[in-house]
Design a protein around this ligand. Structure first.
Ligand code: PEP
Ligand code: MN
Length: 262
């Protein structure tokens, strides 16, 4: 069902003011994690003023260590809902438990399924049972075929609103946090009608190369780019090293815009 052979026309997902997959690429931005109402509100204000209308923020954080900040859970989703209503934005947040999929629809506009859960088949099935759009991240070591099969789990259950996002894969290279597989973009666009985005934050983990990588993604045909933005990255409760502050985001966004690709 996710294949181009089955459907030739691009799937387009309506997110308020933007249509993902409709030919005009979108910017998705926001903090790694929802930490407080004030933190999310500050980020939303800056993004909205810049013209970004899709806000991300994790409320359920799948952390490598159990001793790290695990997220605010449902309270975090409530914060996103409140802030989105104030600024007229659409929200994306990760859901990690199948039991939360239906409930998530009450608070957020897009359910993110994280890299670590790309093959959590019960979660994929649950996401297929609702009509909330899904942003599916490529697994840490997933082939593109496995990635598309994961999307098929969702679509085959009845939810056709799936977006794919390349977020870097594990390789031997340590210069970047993960290796951004730029070739995934044209291949996925060729193989599937689903929108394809690129997460320049988790793929690179390096602020200074996020703009060129975003431009490369868009030049390769990506339908959008995701980047993490935090009011005070040094004090962030997760991914402190890789989130852009407002000034860095401004420079990043301007550079990507200047390319004419966004
Ligand atoms: C995220 O986008 O918040 C995240 C945890 O990313 P990933 O699942 O790609 O590691
Ligand atoms: Mn993060």
């Amino acid at each position: 069902l996710v294949s181009r052979v089955h459907q030739q026309e691009d799937t387009i997902i309506d997110l308020g003011e933007v249509r993902v997959g409709g030919g005009t690429p979108v910017m998705v931005a926001g903090p790694c994690a929802v930490e407080s109402y004030e933190q999310v509100r500050q980020v939303a204000a800056v993004l909205k003023a810049a013209g970004v209308t899709v806000l991300r923020g994790g409320a359920f954080k799948p952390r490598t260590s159990p001793y790290e900040f695990q997220g605010l859970g449902i309270d975090g989703l409530k914060i996103l809902k409140e802030v989105a209503a104030e600024f007229g934005m659409q929200t994306i947040s990760e859901i990690v438990h199948p039991a939360h999929v239906e409930l998530a629809g009450e608070y957020i506009d897009v359910i993110q399924i994280g890299a670590r859960n790309m093959q959590n088949f019960e979660l994929l099935k649950a996401a297929g049972e609702v009509q909330t759009p899904v942003l599916l991240k490529r697994g840490l070591a997933a082939t593109l075929e496995e990635f598309l099969h994961a999307a098929e789990y969702i679509v085959s259950r009845g939810n056709r609103q799936v977006m794919l996002i390349e977020r870097g894969i594990r390789t031997y290279e340590r210069a970047t946090r993960n290796t951004l597989d730029i070739s995934a973009v044209p291949i996925l666009k060729q193989e599937s009608h689903l929108p394809v985005l690129v997460d320049v934050t988790h793929s690179t983990g390096r602020k200074e190369i996020m703009a060129p990588c975003a431009k490369a993604a868009l030049a390769a045909g990506a339908d959008g780019v995701m980047v993490e933005v935090h009011p005070n990255p040094a004090a962030a409760l997760s991914d402190a090293a890789q989130q852009l502050d407002f000034e860095a985001f401004g420079r990043f966004y301007a550079e990507v815009k200047r390319s004419g690709l966004l």
